[in-house]
Ligand binder design. Structure first.
Ligand SMILES: O=C([O-])CC(=O)C(=O)O
Ligand SMILES: [Mg+2]
Length: 543
């Protein structure tokens, strides 16, 4: 709130910035006599739990977030593992697919190709210009593994920002969900009378690039303290715009870098357990990527740093990774391929194409199998048992989202490896009892990374988000397992500790930004680590 005061000691008008005030207590008689806050929390929870479908729960929570924001986030923090699957993956996928049907009220900022040439004035309509710190921007062209959802992709920007608020304590007023409407190639939406977006096919890459140049320029002019997270752009465009803007503006791509970092972190913990069982050194792991989109290649690139941290050269690190796309094993002699696949294309194979996953396993003999294919069931029982035959503790990460597109279930992975699997999926699976023990599935979802990475970059006022900052977020996450979590064989910490984890990651990211000279908060440089961590915690919003 901005109020204008004329102090007696000054001749002129002075503007004072005031912190937002809590709402005034309602006058007597305007709320029930016995309305007790903690009982009301239980009442709200009971209302939520009485809904029978997850989509209804999503709609209920979306209304709650608007009507009683602190209550929404209080419950979110208290019941994190119950709430995240409802406000985020997997339910947010259903919400996006149904967005134009379940739409109730405006939320976020819609910028369309029709606004080209005039983007500044659209951005300036945002009601909280000065407070803006973080924006999640999608063009809806590849939402989770669900394909081109057009303007229905707004749900993913909203969902990610709810996690920024819950998991990293970013103030709700500081977030801007943005969906770019550049058309959609999904006919179902073009034919849907309720569809909220432009009824046109996606624009050409040339036109989109002109649009993006203007958009990013105006974003930084309009919101000078803003960090931008690109989300769920289709593969080519995800790489294209990350490369185009990452050295110019503070921006990162969650699917390439966030997913890469979260998988690197889980892989570091899993590889130690796997190597302990096999006696093989860490730098001899062999990783097979099933799926060669932005996430697959992004994760592959991030995982090369696992090997360089073990002392291998960049080239040697890349050679520990094999890639499989829709035509099978990716190798040079196969012929022309998309630019982003080239880095992992094998030079040491020039036989006939190998297309069957079982044959590829036989040839590569991987210690780790990572799925980013959105092909449900691709890791069928024979694939899983082959991994178990090759390794005493196979690493199997079916990372495709949402749950129904996962390459395999946790249950199958446990069953067909006789409980030996080191498992992480993109979407949540329940823990299970096996051989008298509770086994915990890891959730290798970028929600462990982006809140802390974003918070660190914002507090450091970073001019750009460097690869080393992303790597620091990953190492920070890997280090944040408690001895108890390690003793249970977990490879990711409990999600209920997310605030503590985000604060730690943010501290590591700030330190790295300082070392790299991309920070603009000189006052943080003189703090020791404890002071910096305390500073980060003090900046977190508490509902
Ligand atoms: O949103 C999620 O759950 C993870 C993610 O970025 C994706 O699948 O695109
Ligand atoms: Mg994503």
């Amino acid at each position: 709130m901005t109020i204008v005061l004329t102090p007696y000691w000054a001749g002129g008008v002075q503007k004072l910035k005031m912190a937002p005030q809590p709402p005034a207590k309602p006058k007597h008689g305007l709320v029930p006599t016995m309305l007790d806050e903690s009982v009301h929390e239980q009442r709200t929870l009971a209302q939520l739990r009485s809904k029978t479908s997850n989509l209804e729960k999503y709609i209920f929570l979306s209304a709650l977030k608007e009507q009683d924001t602190p209550m929404f986030y209080r419950l979110c923090l208290k019941y994190m593992s119950e709430f995240t699957p409802l406000i985020y993956t997997p339910t947010v996928g259903d919400a996006c697919q149904q967005w134009s049907h379940i739409y109730r009220r405006p939320e976020g900022l819609y910028v369309s190709i029709k606004d080209k040439g005039n983007i500044r004035s659209v951005l300036q309509n945002w009601p909280r210009l000065d407070e803006a710190r973080i924006s999640v921007v999608t063009d809806g062209s590849r939402i989770l593994g669900l394909g081109d959802l057009g303007v229905n992709g707004m749900g993913i920007s909203v969902g990610k920002l709810s996690l920024y608020i819950a998991a990293a304590g970013i103030r709700p007023e500081s977030t801007i969900p943005i969906c770019l409407d550049l058309g959609t190639n999904t006919q179902k939406y073009l034919d849907d009378p309720l569809y909220l977006g432009l009824r046109q096919k996606r624009v050409s890459e040339k036109e989109m690039t002109e649009f993006m140049d203007e958009f990013m320029y105006e974003m930084t002019r309009t919101f000078p303290k803003l960090l931008v997270q690109f989300e769920d752009f289709s593969t080519d465009r995800a790489f294209l715009y990350l490369d185009r803007f990452r050295h110019k503006y503070p921006v990162f791509n969650d699917d390439i870098q966030g997913t890469g970092a979260v998988v690197l972190s889980g892989f570091m913990n899993a590889a130690k357990l796997s190597s302990k069982a096999s006696g093989q050194p860490l730098n001899t792991h062999r990783i097979l990527f099933f799926g060669a989109g932005s996430a697959g290649v992004g994760v592959g690139m991030q995982l090369t740093s696992f090997f360089t941290l073990q002392g291998l050269s960049e080239q040697e690190a890349r050679e520990r990774i094999w890639l499989v796309d829709s035509q099978g094993l990716v190798f040079d002699a196969r012929g022309p391929m998309a630019e982003h696949k080239k880095v992992f294309s094998r030079k040491d194979y020039n036989g006939a194409p190998i297309t069957d996953l079982l044959d590829i396993l036989e040839y590569v003999k991987p210690t780790a199998l990572v799925g980013l294919s959105t092909i449900s069931g691709a890791f069928h029982p024979e694939v899983i048992s082959t991994m178990a035959a090759l390794n005493p503790r196979p690493i199997i990460f079916p990372l495709s989202n949402p749950v129904r597109l996962s390459e395999c279930t946790f249950e199958d992975a446990v069953k067909y490896t006789d409980g030996a699997v080191l498992f992480a999926s993109g979407s949540p699976f329940p823990e299970m009892e096996f051989g008298g023990q509770t086994l915990y599935p890891g959730q290798g979802n970028n929600m462990y990374i982006f809140p802390g990475l974003g918070l660190g970059a914002i507090l450091a006022r970073a001019t750009s988000v460097t690869d080393t900052m992303v790597e620091a977020s990953s190492l920070g996450l890997a280090d944040s397992l408690t001895p108890e979590e390690r003793s249970l064989g977990m490879i990711y910490p409990r999600i209920s500790r997310i605030r503590e984890i985000s604060a730690f990651i943010a501290k590591e990211v700030i330190r790295t930004a300082q070392r790299e000279g991309v920070d603009r908060s000189p006052e943080l440089r003189s703090m020791n680590d404890d002071q910096l961590l305390a500073f980060v915690n003090s900046k977190m919003w508490n509902p």
